[in-house]
Structure formats: C-alpha cells, structure tokens
Design a protein around this ligand. Structure first.
Ligand code: SF4
Length: 355
C-alpha cells in the first residue's frame, strides 16, 4: 500500500474559505465535484461539511414528512417522474382521502416530524391544496410545506393565509429539456416564495450520471444566492421503463460527495441540509434532513410509497441516531422564536433507550 500523494493545495485553499461559512464560488464547487471520489481530498471535503453541519445545526436531525396527496398520469411528462402519462404506470387518477391524510398527519405529529411536505402532481387543483392546508393546520401543529406547481405572489400569500409556512420548489437538473417548464418560470417562483415570506425548501435534483459538475454547481450557488432554508442533494431513482434509465444512477457515495460540496456552498445560509433517499453516507458529509414518505412519489411505481420505496419516520430516526444526530431536538427550519441551535463539537458515540 502506498501513502497518498501530497494534499492538493487548491482544495486546502477552498476548504479554508468554506469554513468561514461565507460559501464558495461555482468554479470552486466544480473543482471539488471533479475530485477523485475516493481521494483524501474528497474525504476531507466531506469531513469539513460534516463538521460545519454538526456545529451550526447543533446535532439536530430533521425529518420532513412527505405526503403525496394524489396519483395520476400527469400530462407534463417530466422524464424523471413515475407519475406521468407517458410512463403508463398510473392509468387513472386517485386522491388520498381526508381520513387518510389526517391519519398520516397525526402519525407525523406523534412521531416528532419537523415538517409535513404536501406534494401534488402538476395539475392538481390549487384551491383544493389551500383547503387541505387550512383544514390540516387546524388539526395538526407540525409546519406545512407545499410542493406543487409554479405560483404567483397572490397564490404565495394565499398559501400563507391557509396555514402553509414553507414551499418546496427547485429548478430541476434538465429543466426545460427533460421537463416542459422554462428555467425562468422556476426562478420567478423561487423569488415569489421568499418575497412573500414562505420558507423556501430546495434540493439539487434529480441528479444522474449525465449531469455535469457545472450544471450541478450552478444550481447549488443559485440556492445560496436566493436564500434556500435548506438545499442538499437527491439522486434520480430510475423506475421500470424510466426514459432516463439508460444513463444509470449515481451511487450513495457520489451523492454524499455532492451533499458535502453543496454544504460548503450554502455556508451560513442553510438552516438544515437535506438528502434523498435516506442514507448513512450523506450523514457523514453534512446532511441532517431526511424525507420519510407516504402517499404518491415520483420515484415509485406503488401509489402509496409508504408500502413501496418510502422509508417511515421511525426508520429515519433510527438511521440518524446510529449516526449521532438527534431527531427529537427542535427544528431549526421554521420557529423564528426559538434560539439558534447551540453550536456543538461533540459527536456522540452512543445513545440512550431504544433505537
Ligand atoms: S414532476 Fe410533477 S409536473 Fe412533472 S410529470 Fe411529475 S407530477 Fe407532473
């Protein structure tokens, strides 16, 4: 076995800049995304991202519970999505009942979810989403986050008035090519979200091996510039018959490296750092937010992903605790009144009670 080559001085320089929490540039992020995956430098970047998150988020693990409200063959036919007409997996349309939504919401509340992310397909009624928000926010105290089509200022204000605190939205990789939506429309919505006072939830997604470091880093920097509450990385999951399936999928190690680079870019803007689907490697690279999932999912061929690929709240809590993060601390994402997370250098090696 050989000792590795001398450490790349350019990586040292970028890391020194990143640890001041002021973010790094697109070119610097590209440089890190091009490092040899199992190099000392790549692991050093992951270690730094890990330390930045554990210190700034105070050891908190966030679980934002994804509830997909409806299933249909969506006419927009985004190539990475299983809920499309073209994929042919879901022929009719189905909405989960109010009873079912309430049961999932209560489950989230009882099991300590930090947010409920209500996702719809592209043409779901916006009025209906508002009704559900108003009703659910009276029944459940967990903050609601909408995940739906592009919105106007008026619609953003309506979401706030109907119980929503956040909005998940992203310029997707391949936007305008693998989706019918222009990048400019997406960016306009991102500005609406923050201008009306909704928390903007973001992710660099859905990453596949075909995406270039330049495209990926560009979206990371956009998240920092427009003030995302969180912005980690989600890989594309290929479903049976996926139009992008021939590209393959990135593995969890590659995703962890991207999570780390994104963490360095976000610096002190981030209140949390997400990854999807839940995995251990990303928790050693700066991630602290998982999405447990039920209801519809653009990654699943099951109408209720809770019975398919989706991980439940308890499973996510177990992974976090095994990695020394605490899902039962208060969220850093929503409650303005609570004091900022206590910085900690401690990385626990054990926990009390059951996993
Ligand atoms: S990602 Fe959304 S808009 Fe695109 S096909 Fe899937 S459900 Fe429709």
């Amino acid at each position: 076995m050989h000792l590795s080559q001398p450490f790349d001085p350019k990586v040292t320089e970028i890391m020194k800049k990143a640890q001041d929490m002021g973010g790094i540039s697109q070119d610097e992020a590209v440089y890190l995304l091009r490092l040899e995956l199992c190099s000392d430098e790549a692991y050093a970047v992951m270690a730094l991202a890990n330390r930045m998150s554990r210190q700034s988020f105070g050891g908190k693990a966030e679980r934002h519970f994804h509830i997909g409200l409806n299933v249909e063959g969506c006419v927009y036919n985004c190539k990475f999505c299983s809920l499309t007409k073209q994929a042919g997996i879901f022929k009719g349309s189905e909405e989960f009942s109010r009873e079912q939504l309430l049961a999932w919401g209560k489950q989230g509340q009882e099991q300590g979810a930090d947010g409920l992310n209500l996702m719809t397909t592209g043409r779901y009624s916006f009025e209906k989403l508002l009704e559900i928000g108003a009703w659910l926010s009276k029944e459940i105290s967990v903050p609601l986050v909408a995940n739906t089509r592009d919105i106007t200022h008026k619609e953003g204000e309506a979401l706030l008035a109907h119980g929503f605190q956040g909005f998940y939205h992203a310029v997707r990789l391949g936007e305008g090519k693998d989706t019918p939506f222009p990048v400019e429309t997406r960016i306009k919505t991102l500005k609406v979200i923050t201008e009306v006072g909704l928390k903007w939830a973001n992710c660099i997604e859905p990453v596949g091996p075909e995406h270039t470091p330049e495209e990926i880093a560009g979206l990371m920097v956009l998240a920092r510039e427009l003030g995302a509450t969180y912005s980690g990385v989600m890989r594309r999951i290929n479903f049976p018959g996926s139009p992008l399936g021939h590209h393959g999928m990135i593995n969890e190690l590659e995703m962890a490296r991207m999570v780390a680079v994104s963490r360095l870019v976000m610096g002190d803007v981030a209140k949390a750092h997400c990854t999807h689907e839940p995995n251990t490697a990303a928790l050693m690279a700066g991630a602290n937010l998982f999405f447990p999932e039920v209801g519809s999912s653009p990654r699943d061929a099951q109408s209720d992903t809770g019975k398919g690929r989706g991980k439940d709240l308890e499973a996510c809590a177990r992974i976090f605790r095994e990695m020394g993060l605490d899902p039962y601390l208060p969220s850093n994402c929503f409650d303005q009144a609570r004091p900022p997370a206590e910085p900690t250098d401690t990385c626990p090696s054990s926990y009390n009670g059951l996993p």
